[in-house]
Ligand binder design. Structure first.
Ligand SMILES: [Zn+2]
Length: 65
């Protein structure tokens, strides 16, 4: 394991809000993150030659016990 959150199917970039894509909101529930966020993984997409890989984050709201 590398410290990321439990494996879960990530949404596509098209499904993300601006805040989620910017790492400001939880990728699962859209709650704004302030502390305790952990990486939920990287959404890997391409647009032609452009790599659009986007790291997304989850908060305690979705990663806590
Ligand atoms: Zn959440």
């Amino acid at each position: 394991m590398n410290g990321t959150a439990v494996e879960r199917q990530l949404p596509t970039l098209a499904e993300l809000t601006w805040e989620q894509a910017a790492g400001r909101a939880c990728v699962w529930c859209k709650k704004l993150l302030d502390h305790g966020a952990v990486s939920a993984g990287v959404i890997q997409e391409r647009d032609g030659a452009h790599v659009l890989d986007t790291e997304v984050w989850a908060g305690p709201c979705c990663t806590g016990p």
